[in-house]
Design a protein around this ligand. Sequence first.
Ligand code: GLN
Length: 311
Amino acid sequence: MTQAGTAPTVAELLLGATDRLRVSGSESARLDAELLLAHALGVERTTVLAHPEARPGSGQAQSFAAAVERRAAGEPVAYIRGFKEFYGLAFSIDSRALIPRPETERLVELAEARVRTVLTGSPRPEDAPPYRVWDVGTGSGAICVALAVVLRRHGYGDAVELFASDRSERVLGLAVENAVGHGVADRLTFAAGDMFDVSGAPSTVDLVVSNPPYVPSDAIPGLPIAASFEPRDALDGGPDGLDVVRRLLAGVPEVLGPEGAALIEIGADQADAVLDLAAGALAGWTARIHEDLAGRPRVLEVDRGDEGPLS
Ligand code: GLN
């Protein structure tokens, strides 16, 4: 039994863990320690920061110590806590899926803008079919679920139908969990399949969104150790990183309707290469690059129409 008076305080636990994590190579050791302690205590990080003098019970201190050891071995904080914030929403996450990255929020923003522009731009007849979106390689479902949530919030919920697919049957369980957890399972259909070869998929859609693997194979070993806990096929895009982007561009003419567009996440150094690919694969289409919040190229937009509504 630990004597209440001698148990370490929150401040002491954080100091010890920060040192441990710094030595093990974490670049965000203090933040990691705060998040993991909050998780072990079942409180918000702000509560931890507000009570440095508190003395957690020995069970909580032990689960914190175990979490710190996992992090010290390189496991990402998101997998240890079991969730990750994305687009202001908490997503369940585990090693079946890539951890949603902040830069991917740009893709959701662009998709949202596109859908809202199309749905408000021209009057739609009462019996118009729903606007259809397909998230290819959905993983945890972060992109399509965030999009469904934000569209519903702005009153477009009923006008939009989302379809999401992934090659991995296993990861779809996680995506469904996230759709249910955020109350959008009624607008979203999930199915397993490779690229556009998915049974039950709509014959055409208005918008394709995708965060494909795009890291060149030989750059994978150089990624931070946390990435080694993520599914390799969510990261590895083949020799030049663009194998899956190529397949997406080859497939979109079949699947996109007359005003359709695709938004595809890319690596910050791939803008010129993907514009070349798009010019080769999609003659007569418009292609452009959108930057992320850090000002780096991040999303390729290809548009069948000639005056894509995005700016
Ligand atoms: N942005 C991710 C990384 O660099 C890559 C994600 C992806 O390949 N889709 O770790």
